[in-house]
Write a protein that binds this ligand. Structure first.
Ligand code: PEP
Length: 258
């Protein structure tokens, strides 16, 4: 059976010391019964991956990065490779977050190259896709999502696809306090599943995790995580507060995968 995944994207927040404290606070607030049922992932800034890795060792929490570069090594100042992330204890990488697409001009082609590299290194990519407010209002959002998926998954084999996690994050819901309605979320998760089934087959979609992201917090998590087709959440703001993040993970542990 699919295990839900609750992922915390700390974005460009927390100093080295704060990252250590936040991970300690999460360890003390999360119960074993939650970790028995749900995968709980922390994605700190690059600079704190080492200390978070050390702090969470043996706790059952998982570690991921917020980004990666698509080359192995060399003259790429400021970039971090997939192998470096593996060597620091990461298991997951967020790829194609809308903030990177928009602010750092990350293209679908770059995202595709990153997914290839990450899979080669044995990491699990969390591929973020989502439409802007304008694209939703213009009712072209399904086309946008289909293109993002098709481009990102170019030449990814069926075997590799078994490892890919998708995060549906409508851009208009990220960091805005506006979350999509459960019916909108379920409809989009169903649509994503249909697109992936067309690209691969139903064996892939039956086991594929589709997370929802966009202003998930401890107050709305029960409703969002209960929506049909939601296998977990990618949490930004609320992942910076241990109590809120652990409460979201607890909600996930109490809801059956549908
Ligand atoms: C995110 O960073 O992916 C996100 C969904 O942020 P927030 O929860 O703050 O909207």
């Amino acid at each position: 059976m699919r295990r839900k995944l609750i992922a915390g994207n700390w974005k460009m927040n927390t100093s080295y010391k704060e990252a250590e404290k936040l991970s300690k606070d999460i360890i003390s607030s999360i119960s074993k019964s939650v970790l028995d049922k749900v995968d709980v992932l922390l994605c700190p800034p690059f600079i704190s991956i080492g200390i978070v890795s050390k702090t969470i060792k043996g706790s059952g929490l998982k570690l991921g990065a917020q980004n990666v570069y698509f080359e192995n090594n060399g003259a790429f100042t400021g970039e971090i490779s997939a192998e470096m992330l593996v060597s620091a204890g990461c298991e997951y990488v967020i790829i194609g977050h809308s903030e990177r697409r928009k602010l750092l001009h990350e293209t679908d082609k770059m995202i595709n190259k990153k997914i290839h590299k990450v899979l080669e290194a044995g990491l699990i990519p969390v591929l973020c896709i989502g439409e802007s407010l304008e694209e939703r209002e213009d009712e072209i959002f399904e086309g946008v999502i289909e293109k993002q998926l098709t481009d990102a998954l170019q030449n990814i084999s069926k075997q590799e696809m078994e490892k890919v996690v998708i995060a549906y994050e409508p851009v208009w819901a990220i960091g805005t306090g506006l979350n999509a309605a459960p019916e909108q979320i379920s409809a989009m998760h169903r649509f994503i599943s249909e697109v992936v089934e067309k690209l691969y087959d139903s064996e892939i979609t039956e086991n594929m995790l589709i997370l929802y992201g966009g202003s998930v917090n401890e107050k709305n998590s029960k409703e969002i995580l209960s929506a049909c087709g939601v296998d977990g959440a990618l949490v930004g703001g609320a992942s910076l507060k241990a109590a809120a993040f652990c409460s979201i993970a607890k909600d996930a542990s109490e809801i059956k995968v549908t």
